[in-house]
Design a protein around this ligand. Structure first.
Ligand SMILES: NC(=O)c1ccc[n+]([C@@H]2O[C@H](COP(=O)([O-])OP(=O)(O)OC[C@H]3O[C@@H](n4cnc5c(N)ncnc54)[C@H](O)[C@@H]3O)[C@@H](O)[C@H]2O)c1
Length: 313
């Protein structure tokens, strides 16, 4: 199958590209390399260096590659940036996404797979784990732009017959995550700082919990969505809440880190306890997470060790 992955030079998108190529598909990547990197792009994939906010370029790339499926990962993906500049967030995540959808209709693409968020949609959930029917009440422009785009997908399906599957991700971690990022990427930040023996600060008391999923499992969900899940919205998650203090201890063990954590102020607008029920994905996509947290953290620490020793070489 011919598949175009937008954002395929980024952290998650590049793993999705690798999984599609390993499964024998022909893959193109559309990315402006704003946070993605050329070295993340699989050698077997053709890179179209295109900004999704440029309608003409998006259309030309989709018209020339002629994909059967478009997997849409390109996004402004950071909550703090969306708070600082909600207009830019909406420009990339809504207007850019619409340029992709319009070109898909014009070029007779069969289906779009969309990477949405579970973590930024529900606010503080009433029930943990929350399922996909939990009331939505995003706390950030980022959560709101992702939700708006989910509604556009439904509309494009009803009006133009463009099929879609929405995957609402939990907190994803693993190799190629940007460990220089200041915000959000808790595993990448803890692992890289601990490997170098640097102090680690936990925001708040550390008893806040998150649903952590290894990026390899996310890639498998995107593989399943090629053939199943039309018209559906699915949590791609572990279903298990893990506290930040627990993550600290587990990564400290793997990196032989001996320092105690420092505790800073809690971040405004962060949810306290969240996990996402993944039973719908198991039933309808035939997808389940395979990589346990300890194993996923070990793989990730090994990767960052390699990266850091290359940096110092
Ligand atoms: N990382 C997570 O835990 C998480 C959780 C929920 C949802 N998501 C979603 O998954 C997707 C991938 O996230 P990620 O963590 O890999 O982030 P990322 O920043 O590594 O990937 C985003 C990619 O999109 C590209 N991009 C950004 N703006 C673009 C533009 N205007 N035109 C073309 N390309 C553009 C970037 O260069 C990058 O390669 C995003 O849609 C994000 O919202 C991520």
């Amino acid at each position: 199958m011919k598949i175009l992955v937008t954002g395929g030079a980024g952290f998650i998108g590049s793993h999705v590209v690798d999984a599609y190529i390993a499964a024998g598909h022909e893959v193109g990547v559309m990315d402006n390399l704003s946070t993605g990197r050329e070295e993340n792009v699989n050698q077997a994939a053709k890179l179209h260096r295109v900004d999704v906010t440029n309608r003409a370029q998006v259309h030309a790339a989709i018209a020339s590659f002629k994909p059967e499926v478009v997997n849409h990962h390109a996004a402004q993906s950071e909550v703090p940036k969306s708070v600082a500049d909600p207009g830019h967030d909406a420009l990339v995540n809504v207007v850019g996404g619409l340029n992709v959808l319009r070109a898909c209709v014009d070029e007779a693409v069969r289906k779009v797979i969309f990477s949405s968020t579970g973590g930024a949609l529900y606010g503080e959930p009433d029930i943990v784990p929350a399922d996909e029917d939990h009331p939505v009440r995003p706390l950030s422009p980022y959560g709101t732009s992702k939700l708006a785009f989910e509604h556009y997908l439904g509309m494009f399906d009803r009006t133009f017959g463009l099929r879609y599957t929405t995957l609402r991700y939990a907190n994803i971690y693993g190799p190629r995550q940007d460990f220089f990022a200041e915000e959000g990427r808790v595993v990448a930040i803890f692992a890289s700082r601990m490997i170098e023996g640097k102090p680690v600060t936990i925001d708040g008391d550390g008893n806040q919990s998150r649903d952590m999923l290894h990026v390899g499992d996310v890639a498998m969900a995107n593989l399943a969505a090629l053939e199943t899940g039309d018209g559906g919205t699915f949590h791609i998650s572990s279903g298990i809440p893990v506290t930040i203090n627990d993550l600290f201890r587990k990564i400290a063990l793997l990196t032989e880190y001996k320092l105690e954590p420092m505790f800073g102020p809690a971040r405004k607008g962060d949810v306290y306890r969240i996990a996402l029920d993944n039973r719908r994905a198991a039933e309808q996509l035939g997808w389940q997470p395979r990589i346990q947290l300890e194993e996923g953290l070990r793989l990730t620490v090994d990767y960052f060790r390699g990266q850091i020793s290359r940096l110092h070489a």
